[in-house]
Design a protein around this ligand. Structure first.
Ligand SMILES: Cc1cc2nc3c(=O)[nH]c(=O)nc-3n(C[C@H](O)[C@H](O)[C@H](O)COP(=O)(O)OP(=O)(O)OC[C@H]3O[C@@H](n4cnc5c(N)ncnc54)[C@H](O)[C@@H]3O)c2cc1C
Length: 432
């Protein structure tokens, strides 16, 4: 690799990614014509295509994705406050040309691991030498009585895949009567972006302060606790009377009956696990997240936190040329940042295998940013995972600000600005 190319690559890669991929040790481009098929043109899929092309100019890369554009979920809670959704939309033209990959505009219907090929709903068969699966989660609708996919697309929205539902939910909130009630119901962990339901509630309570001051948000939580609970609780106490009769945000935890058992869309009520019924003007149920139906249907093994993967390189046991990353993979944490990090590990593993090398020891990093208010209260958490003897270990977790710095408004202000920059630069890191 020439010095210029090496410098160019260094500009693209963060320190954690370098450590995880071992790119610094690489000395020559490959001359393979191997066929790499990637299922899903989301964060995991496009990051894999981009980084694989950066280290290997010869492989043939094909991304299969049914949609003509991708809408980023990270940051999309701000669309509920009025940010334009256009800021979150990316088309595939730019990365496709810049990183020289093909796209098939279709949904993968089946995978034949024995024949090493995939088949799309439209009937196209694509053979592969290596397959990367990153289709995001499948949402479950039949674990709540009265709930359905149809309702989730029309009235009881989830907005857990950014797009039309996000703007529809924004409009529902704006149309709420003065003094109305909104319910936000969470699924049990793991689900994509663990702080996002609480961030959503916090943002909207701030918005209501101005536009609908007597309105109220009730979080029906299927979990006993949640990430950044100390920080959110402080912000809600300081700003929304949390824990008092006049609270703008109320949270009912799983121990208190937070799980939703039933929804009645006609009468706009939800009934919780204890049989208590709440009437609301807007009901936002975030459905249970499961590994993507394609992965399960194709016979891959479901374990506690997703589809079982070999954490050494995100490959599937018994199928060394098949890799699975992103929200469907067996990781307790499910974020775009982690999906992108896994993608870089896989890009390097594919290139290593093509050169007869064994992939190096990976480091997976998750950096999760969240805010309690749009402008002045942000926080972040960084987790580092390492694989040892086939087991995934959480090597380090760092929160910023530290919980003991919770009373320092300056740090929260800085973190809110860092969070905004994170969102902008992350979208660029994946698609530009
Ligand atoms: C409200 C919200 C806020 C969030 N905020 C953050 C944040 O601040 N930071 C962060 O890191 N993460 C955040 N996330 C999480 C992040 O969006 C996901 O973790 C990330 O998108 C996972 O990447 P993925 O590649 O697994 O799936 P996706 O990015 O969802 O991509 C999957 C792609 O696969 C396609 N697909 C599905 N099935 C098929 C098929 N059969 N054939 C072909 N293609 C298929 C889909 O159309 C989609 O384009 C947030 C999520 C939400 C809902």
């Amino acid at each position: 690799m020439s010095q210029t190319t090496r410098r160019d690559m260094l500009k693209f890669l963060g320190g954690a990614a370098l450590a995880s991929t071992g790119l610094l040790g690489k000395s020559a481009f490959a001359a393979d014509k191997a066929k790499i098929v990637i299922i899903g043109g989301g964060i995991g899929g496009i990051t894999t295509a981009k980084y694989l092309r950066m280290i290997n100019k010869d492989v043939k890369i094909t991304v299969v994705e049914p949609n003509s554009e991708y809408i980023f979920c990270p940051g999309s809670n701000e669309v509920l406050l009025g940010d334009p959704i256009a800021d979150f939309i990316r088309t595939y033209d730019h990365p496709r040309k810049r990183y020289n990959f093909d796209m098939v505009a279709d949904k993968v219907a089946s995978i034949d691991y024995a024949k090493k090929s995939i088949k799309t709903a439209g009937g196209t068969t694509l053979p592969y030498d290596s397959l990367v699966i990153s289709p995001g989660p499948t949402f479950v609708f039949d674990d709540i009585e009265g709930y359905s996919q149809g309702l989730a697309e029309t009235k009881i929205l989830h907005a857990w895949k950014a797009g039309k539902q996000t703007t529809m939910l924004r409009d529902q909130i704006r149309a709420m009567p003065q003094g109305g009630t909104m319910v936000i119901a969470t699924p049990s962990m793991p689900f994509r972006c663990p702080p996002a339901p609480y961030e959503r509630a916090s943002f909207l309570a701030g918005w209501m302060e101005k536009h609908n001051p007597k309105a109220k948000i009730i979080i029906l939580d299927k979990n006993p606790g949640f990430i950044f609970q100390i920080q959110y609780t402080k912000y809600w106490k300081d700003n929304f009377g949390f824990g008092t009769d006049k609270a703008r945000i109320e949270r009912i935890s799983s121990q208190e009956g937070g799980a939703v058992a039933k929804v009645d869309a006609k009468n706009m009520t939800v009934t919780n696990a204890h049989g208590d019924t709440i009437k609301a003007d807007v009901i936002n149920i975030i459905p249970t997240n499961q590994p993507n139906e394609l992965t399960v249907k194709s016979g891959l093994k479901k374990v506690d936190f997703g589809i079982e993967v070999n954490h050494h390189d995100m490959s599937i046991d018994g199928h060394p040329d098949v890799y699975l990353i992103g929200d469907s993979a067996d990781f307790l944490v499910k974020t775009g940042y982690l999906a992108a990090n896994q993608a870089k590990v896989v890009a390097q593993a594919i290139d290593d295998r093509l050169h007869g090398k064994s992939p190096g020891q990976p480091i997976y990093t998750n950096n999760c940013v969240a805010k309690a208010s749009k402008d002045n209260f942000g926080m972040s958490i960084t987790d580092t995972f390492r694989e040892r003897d086939g087991k995934l270990l959480l090597a380090q977790t760092v929160q910023d600000p530290f919980p003991e710095e919770i009373d320092n408004p300056f740090l929260h202000h800085i973190r809110a600005a860092v969070s905004d920059n994170w969102q902008r630069s992350f979208r660029r890191a994946v698609f530009d």
